[in-house]
Design a protein around this ligand. Sequence first.
Ligand SMILES: NC(=O)c1ccc[n+]([C@@H]2O[C@H](COP(=O)([O-])OP(=O)(O)OC[C@H]3O[C@@H](n4cnc5c(N)ncnc54)[C@H](O)[C@@H]3O)[C@@H](O)[C@H]2O)c1
Length: 257
Amino acid sequence: MKGRFYAVTGAASGIGQAVVVRLAELGAAGIAISDVNTVGLEATKALCTGFKTRTIAQKVDVSKYDQVQQWIQYTIDEFGRLDGAANVAGIAGGTGNTTCATMKDSDWDAMISINLTGVMHCMRAQIPHLPTPGGAIVNVSSTSGLRGLPHNAAYSSSKFGVIGLTESAAGEFGSKGIRINAILPGPIDTAIFRDGEKKGLFDSGAISATTLLGRMGKADEVAKVLCFLLSDDASYVTGGMLVYHILIYPKTLRINH
Ligand SMILES: NC(=O)c1ccc[n+]([C@@H]2O[C@H](COP(=O)([O-])OP(=O)(O)OC[C@H]3O[C@@H](n4cnc5c(N)ncnc54)[C@H](O)[C@@H]3O)[C@@H](O)[C@H]2O)c1
């Protein structure tokens, strides 16, 4: 990562913030960080002081293409190049007992526009600037992108979509030497997860018991693997999915079926 420039969405907290810190630790020359949460972005910038990395922060809603496009143009204007990107921003949370028979268009649209269309917006803006060969993107999906999650159909569908988008883009740009992969975290102890728990949607103890390692993951444990996929050590990995396997997901939900 030394001397290279990256763009990270969802950088104000959790996995995105941990990715930024990891890139700084690994010697990235510059990181363009974005999120809708500007207070969190300042906290992420502060975590990077002491490293030789220049961070530039911008408020960006990934569901709005004009904002994403302006952010990436600003990144190029400031850094002069972009070597890779981590598209991490996302929202989660079902709405209690919502089913596919009671889904509101507004809930569906909000989830898809951020988690799925947001990733498409990012890749559309980022790919034209990446070096050929050598550019790399990692998109964050979820274990719910491989297995449907009752009462969370919009979330699960958005994460299935991220895998399709990633594989399609990898096929389009592999011949140019741009690698595009997806990472599918299991339960990771971040705000998105704890917020769901507060709403009564999850039980972290029960979910931990369904993981192969018997515990929730930490954001930096995902960040290290994500940065491996961004690095040249993963030079022959594209269109791939790095999956944090879990066991029987639906049984861990606290919802009446
Ligand atoms: N924590 C988990 O258990 C888990 C598991 C699987 C996948 N994921 C995925 O990991 C990614 C990161 O989540 P996290 O666990 O770090 O949670 P988090 O809530 O800490 O981070 C998500 C970030 O995305 C930002 N965000 C939300 N909407 C946005 C928008 N419209 N535009 C730009 N930024 C926006 C939030 O402000 C927040 O900073 C998400 O895509 C999530 O779906 C998380």
